[in-house]
Design a protein around this ligand. Sequence first.
Ligand code: PGA
Ligand code: ZN
Length: 426
Amino acid sequence: HIVGVNAREILDSRGNPTVEAEVWLDSGLMARAAVPSGASTGKHEAVELRDGDGRYGGKGVRRAVVNVKEKIAPEIIGIDPGEQALIDNIMIELDGTPNKSNLGANAILAVSMAVARLAAMERELPLWRYIGGLGPFLLPTPMMNVINGGAHADNNLDVQEFMIVPHGAESFGEALRMGTEVYHSLKKLLKNKGKNTSVGDEGGFAPDLAGAEEALEVLVEAIAGCGYKPGEDISLALDVAASELYDDGLYRFKGEGKDYNPEQLVEYYLKLCRNYPFVVSIEDGMAEDDFEGWKMLTQALGGEIQLVGDDIFVTNPKRLAVGIEEGMANAVLVKLNQIGTLTETLEVIDMAVRNSYSAIISHRSGETDDPFISDLSVSVGVGQIKTGAPARVDRVAKYNQLLRIAEDLGDLALFAGLKTFRGRKA
Ligand code: PGA
Ligand code: ZN
């Protein structure tokens, strides 16, 4: 049983404070976990408790740390760490708010993740095997964000993420290699075009380009330049993060100098998908509360490509249930810190799978070296992970953990490819 709980303030990949928790067993075993943090956060996400004082521009997390040590610790000491749901529910009830604003989702999640890791250690199982049970274990297809825009960079791109999806591979390791080769080829290409090759928050390049079309063109060129076939070996995906562009009923693409109403935006996506048939997934094509827009988009494109809800669902079973009921999106982005416990995260994944929505396990733009999501992605077997460019330790830590897991599984490691992508006509 748990005999000790500790927490501290550490830094994330953007240099902002975040919470790290440690949980101990009577045997002396200790597990540690750190929570990530978003920049383009959805307004319905669980609350990240920040101090709001003079330290770190108000972003300190000392209050969340104190909540772990003084409020959460006494309630969970004495419990077996294998009782994940019990421990998560104790924290949810102790918090007492629908959005975890009392203790802070950062405080609660750090403990929730550390408890899972401790239980795995106690059972001498890797985390992915402990969470998932029996398998089969599917290594996810990486969605690698190699061009950053929007809230993650200072360039003029309105769309937040341009991702390459290496799916035509025999294994996860081969897919990672293919995507990484394209990343390097993209850098050379941008350099030759006289573009900036400094990177954004998720490790992707952040050049000024004419707009989404030019970004897609450059990616196609980088893919072909490596000898891969767009659509066959490597496809493309976008995260528009449209909540960030939505203003008073209009989607304002400031960099491109264009405003769209929801109908026009759906038209724009239809055209984009006709011109670039190897775009297999669009995330947050519509804003978090534009339900009518989401329904329109899903009717227009849901049978052809994967439409991923991030800000609209915020990893919340209640919001996903509305989406399923109303026919909005056909996939859900899964971010542990949007909801704040492992138990609720698993609940959302389960709901998605049972309703033929795909689920994509995701990092945040502010990350640490904790590779928890890599283990989670294999254990739940949803077949897709979104964890940035193959550069910067905060991103690479996740890919490297997946390489270790693949090696551990050996011949049993199945690679997802495009199998789990929704909307594709078989
Ligand atoms: P965030 O971005 O972590 O800044 O919210 C990631 C995403 O929008 O998917
Ligand atoms: Zn997103």
